[in-house]
Design a protein around this ligand. Structure first.
Ligand SMILES: CC(C)(COP(=O)(O)OP(=O)(O)OC[C@H]1O[C@@H](n2cnc3c(N)ncnc32)[C@H](O)[C@@H]1OP(=O)(O)O)[C@@H](O)C(=O)NCCC(=O)NCCS
Length: 244
C-alpha cells in the first residue's frame, strides 16, 4: 500500500512536470515511469540510507541541472566555473551532455581541464549519480587498468560531492561503499582518495569505509602553488581473504 501511494505521488508529480507537445515526450515519459519503478525497487534493496547510484541519463537531467543552478558543482576543484560550463553544455545539447557522462572504460573521452586551465590526459573512468527519488550528488571512479598507480595529476581514484541540502544523511558514505565494489570488480587491491586537510566531513566518509591516512603531500602545480593534501587508502580484500 505504502509502495503504491509513493509511486502514485511520483507519477502525478511527473505528469504535472512534463509538457506533452509531441509523441517523443510521451515515449520518454513512459520510459521514465518504468525506469523509476525499477529504480525504486532496486534502490529500496540497494541502500539502507535510501540512495542508489544511477548511471547518468536524460531521465535525471532536469534535476541535475537544477542542482547546478542552485550552486552545487560536481567538480570539487574547479567548483562554480565547472558548474557554469556544464549548465551551458546541457542547454546546448542535453543528449551530448549525457553521452559525455557515459562510462569511459577505455579513456576515449577528451583531455580534462585542470584548475590552471591546462589539459591533462584522461584515464578510464565512470560516473554515477546519487538518487533518492531526486538528484543528491555525484561520485566518480577513475583508474589505470592493471595497476593501483595513478598519474600524478589525478588526485585519487574516487571523488564525490553531495548537494548541500542533502548532506549529513550518510549519502556520501553509502555511495563510496557502492563505488568500492566497482573498484574491486576492476581488480584493484586498494584505492586512494585525497582530501583537503580542512575537510573533516570527507575524511570521515573515507574512514567510515575503512580508509586510513597514508601521507600529507603537496598537490601538483596544476592545482595551485604550495597546496597541501591528505592521501588516504582503502584496502579492497577479495572475499574470503583474511584482513591483516
Ligand atoms: C564531503 C561530503 C561529500 C560529505 O557528504 P555527506 O553525504 O554529508 O556525508 P555523510 O553524511 O555520508 O557523512 C559525513 C560525515 O562527516 C561528518 N561531518 C559533516 N560535516 C562535518 C564537519 N563540518 N565537521 C566534522 N564532521 C562533519 C558527519 O557527521 C558524518 O560523520 P559520521 O559518519 O561519523 O556520522 C559533502 O560534505 C560534500 O559534498 N562536500 C563538498 C565536496 C567535497 O568536499 N567532496 C569531497 C572531496 S575529497
Amino acid at each position: 500500500m505504502v509502495i503504491c501511494l509513493r509511486l502514485a505521488r511520483r507519477v502525478s508529480r511527473r505528469l504535472r512536470s512534463v509538457t506533452f507537445d509531441n509523441m517523443k515526450h510521451r515515449a520518454v515519459l513512459c520510459f521514465s515511469l518504468e525506469a523509476e519503478w525499477l529504480l525504486w525497487q532496486h534502490g529500496a534493496m540497494a541502500s539502507a540510507s535510501g540512495i542508489t547510484l544511477v548511471i547518468p541519463a536524460e531521465l535525471y537531467l532536469a534535476d541535475y541541472a537544477g542542482a547546478l543552478a542552485r550552486g552545487w558543482s560536481p567538480d570539487n576543484v574547479r567548483g562554480a566555473e565547472a558548474a557554469r560550463e556544464e549548465l551551458a553544455d546541457i542547454e546546448r545539447d542535453p543528449a551530448e551532455f549525457i553521452r559525455g557522462k557515459a562510462d569511459d572504460r577505455e579513456a576515449k573521452g577528451p583531455p580534462f581541464k585542470m584548475p590552471d586551465g591546462s589539459f591533462s590526459r584522461r584515464i578510464p573512468g565512470i560516473i554515477r549519480w546519487l538518487w533518492d527519488g531526486a538528484f543528491c550528488g555525484s561520485i566518480g571512479f577513475r583508474w589505470q587498468p592493471g595497476t593501483e598507480a595513478l598519474p600524478a595529476h589525478v588526485l585519487g581514484h574516487i571523488g564525490y560531492a553531495v548537494v548541500p541540502w542533502k548532506r549529513g544523511r550518510g549519502y556520501a558514505r553509502t555511495a563510496l561503499a557502492f563505488m568500492l565494489d566497482e573498484a574491486r570488480a576492476e581488480g584493484l587491491a586498494y584505492v586512494e582518495l585525497t582530501t583537503d586537510p580542512d575537510n573533516p566531513a570527507s575524511q570521515k566518509v573515507i574512514m567510515g569505509n575503512g580508509g586510513f591516512l597514508v601521507e600529507r603531500f603537496q598537490k601538483p602545480a596544476q592545482y595551485g602553488v604550495g597546496l597541501q593534501n591528505l592521501r588516504y587508502r582503502i584496502m579492497l580484500p577479495r572475499p574470503g581473504t583474511p584482513v591483516p
